[in-house]
Design a protein around this ligand. Structure first.
Ligand code: C5P
Length: 231
């Protein structure tokens, strides 16, 4: 999945215009969505690309149900919530997505964020008063997500195998923090190469800057895709 972390629709359109021969899976986040609304989603979809709408919903179950019902009508392929919203909220999200999907269309995958990677173990323990290790909290959230009937989680490639062991083999692990060997890390810390991520159990890798900031994004995309596919 290519993370389209652009602030304007123009930049997004300009970037995607280079990929007229590829059917992509792209991740659209809140920066783009809050400024351009459903129109940008419809436009990317009209190009034939698959969309992971990374909006990380977190509110009371009824509100999340209604929001998800509306978002599912956008014909997206994947969307997410914060597992911290709890099992009732996650079940409501799932119902909303099912109810909002048009007859005959595939129900979008619903995944959850466990602990944000920007949260340190110390902050989790002192601010959220969760008295366990960060890994235990991530696994606990993954189990709650699985028990709530969701399809998977966003996680580090390094957590994927422990999460699959604690849930099930087909539970999706969508993993950002990917860098081809030798690439600049940017602000990412615990990175994995595409082939290492696959080996560790990633279901999908999310790649932003190594493609969006490349001199030749199309070439960078295909190189990373080949590495992901074990070539
Ligand atoms: O540019 P880069 O490849 O680091 O982008 C990764 C994408 O994945 C960004 O959109 C970032 O916000 C997102 N992400 C992440 N770590 C998480 C969750 C999402 O890097 N735990």
């Amino acid at each position: 999945m290519i993370a389209l972390d652009f602030s304007t629709a123009d930049e997004t359109k300009q970037f995607l215009s280079q990929f007229s021969n590829d059917r992509l899976y792209v991740k659209l986040g809140m920066e783009l969505y809050y400024q351009n609304g459903p129109e940008i989603v419809k436009w990317v979809k009209s190009l034939g690309h698959d969309i992971f709408l990374d909006l990380k919903l977190h509110d009371i179950p009824n509100t999340v149900y209604r929001a998800m019902k509306g978002l599912a009508a956008l014909d997206i392929d994947m969307i997410n919530v914060h597992a911290a919203g709890g099992s009732e909220m996650m079940k409501a999200a799932k119902e909303g997505i099912i109810d909002g999907t048009q007859a005959g269309s595939t129900v979008p995958k619903l995944i959850a964020v466990t602990q944000l990677t920007s949260t340190t173990e110390l902050a989790m323990q002192t601010e959220q008063l969760i008295p366990v290790s960060l890994m235990d909290s991530v696994i606990n959230y993954a189990k709650t997500t699985h028990q709530s009937g969701l399809d998977g989680v966003v996680c580090s490639a390094w957590e994927a195998s422990a999460i699959k062991s604690a849930t099930s083999r087909d539970f999706l692990c969508v993993t950002p923090g990917i860098r081809p060997a030798g690439a600049s890390l940017g602000d990412q810390q615990r990175v994995a190469t595409p082939d290492k991520a696959r080996e560790m159990g990633s279901s999908y890798i999310v790649v932003g800057r190594p493609i969006t900031q490349a001199d030749n994004p199309v070439e960078a995309y295909h190189t990373i895709n080949r590495q992901w596919n074990g070539a």
